[in-house]
Design a protein. Structure first.
Length: 144
């Protein structure tokens, strides 16, 4: 299903934006489901612990590796860096593929946002790629 939206989002304009939104929403629901099945909410003392869980356990269960780097400004912004992001590693490093990368990241942004939501953390998750296949996911925590 996600592949279908990625393929359809090759179209330009408003339809492409709708497909990317659908991918992000699909990822959100999957992320929620993965956490609700595990029910790990009681073991975290603060949001930094939640983010460490996302970077180690959650990321490993989904992508079979941990996040390579977690940074924070200690004011609710976290940057998760994956130097060999699995969904981008099959794409060529050419400029045309770099332009297509956000379509492959939308699902994962939703996945992280949904997982965090199920753990009691409301957030906005965005992604960027400057060099393939490395990607950075920025998580901005929103106070509830």
């Amino acid at each position: 299903m996600a592949d279908e939206y990625i393929y359809k989002s090759k179209e330009q304009g408003e339809e492409s934006g709708r497909n990317i939104t659908k991918l992000e929403n699909l990822g959100f629901r999957v992320g929620q489901g993965l956490i609700e099945n595990g029910n790990d909410t009681a073991r975290f003392k603060d949001e930094l612990d939640v983010m460490k869980f996302i970077c180690k356990d959650f990321w490993t269960s989904v992508f079979r590796k941990q996040i390579d780097n977690l940074r924070t400004n200690h004011q609710g912004i976290y940057v998760l860096q994956d130097n060999t992001f699995q969904l981008l590693s099959q794409l060529s490093a050419g400029k045309q593929y770099l332009d297509q990368a956000p379509k492959y990241l939308a699902f994962t942004c939703g996945l992280v946002r949904g997982a965090l939501f199920s753990l009691g953390v409301k957030s906005i998750v965005t992604a960027e790629v400057s060099t393939m296949p490395a990607s950075k996911f920025q998580v901005m925590i929103q106070k509830m």
